[in-house]
Design a protein around this ligand. Structure first.
Ligand SMILES: [Zn+2]
Length: 292
């Protein structure tokens, strides 16, 4: 079966330069390794996802000239997630938790990056796994080893990083961690290219995928991020970064925007307009340097 590479934006805002960076890495890796590209709309969080942002993702990618081979949307996949959850339930690997967000933040230690490490308050309470309870996964303490194609080898223990993490929240929404693991298996993803802000999720995702039956994890390549020169913060929708369509509305061409990003990554010496193919070529040269 063909292995895919995926580009997986969340429709909780318009695409910005950070997404363009990620897309260029994804399409460059796809070209280099001859993977088909799968476009996944990660709208698992229905309280934040909006249809107008989904339309905008397609429009913006098409405007740049990106082409994908297949696509999916998490909100269409409820039954697939239900089946995967049932697989874990049969193995007695999940339980219900009625801790409030407030009590969790007060009572639990957090890791160095501020993540709460759940202390199994509800493990033996025999609570229902359905809303309004959170569904949690039993995370046994064991080191997960993986090799990042860019960053090298890692050994991490999800039980220490986050403990029994949530698969479904109190509102019945699938969590990012769960949906993404089910999708990566179902969509036959062989290579995951994404920003290094998601690197710390890798060990728990490999762990969860193995419980769901995938014993050979995908390859991983975590690229560095772009930072706002004024605030020093990573570019994200929450910090109201300039969207790509706002730049377009100002009259900037896609070639100018691509040239800017190639220049920021020191792939070209002077900031000049670049076509999509030229940009993808330069990104694939950079990736090749890491793979050697
Ligand atoms: Zn609990």
């Amino acid at each position: 079966m063909t292995l895919n590479i995926r580009f997986a934006p969340s429709p909780t805002g318009y695409l910005h330069e950070g997404h363009l960076l990620s897309a260029l890495y994804v399409w460059a890796m796809a070209k280099l390794k001859n993977y088909p590209v799968h476009l996944r709309i990660e709208d698992h969080d229905q309280s934040r996802a909006r249809n107008e942002y989904i339309d905008a993702i397609y429009e913006d990618l098409e405007w740049f000239g990106f082409e994908w081979d297949s696509k999916s949307k998490q909100s269409n996949r409820h039954e697939i997630y239900e089946q995967a959850l049932y697989k874990l339930e049969k193995q007695h690997l999940i339980y219900g938790c009625d801790c409030s967000r407030k009590s969790l933040s007060l009572e639990n230690p957090s890791s160095s990056d501020g993540e709460i490490i759940y202390q199994r308050h509800c493990l033996n309470k025999d609570l229902k796994i359905t809303p309004p309870n959170t569904t949690r996964l039993i995370v046994e303490s064991s080191p997960v080893q993986w090799n990042d194609l860019k960053l090298g080898p890692f050994t991490e223990n999800p039980a220490v990083q986050c403990g029994d993490f949530a698969l479904r929240d109190r509102l019945g929404q699938w969590t990012y961690q769960f949906a993404v693991c089910v999708d990566d298996i179902e969509e036959n993803i062989g290579m995951i290219v994404r920003g290094e802000d998601l690197r710390s999720s890798t060990a728990r995702q490999i762990f969860l995928m193995s419980l769901l039956g995938k014993k050979t994890p995908p390859h991983y390549f975590h690229h560095s991020l772009l930072y706002d020169p004024l605030t020093g913060l990573k570019l994200s929708k929450r910090q109201h970064s300039q969207s790509l369509r706002a730049e377009k509305m100002k009259g900037l061409s896609r070639e100018v925007l691509l040239g800017q990003i190639c220049f920021k990554l020191h792939l070209i010496e002077k900031e000049v307009p670049m076509t999509l193919n030229e940009s993808i070529f330069l990104f694939s040269k950079q990736i090749e340097g890491y793979l050697q």
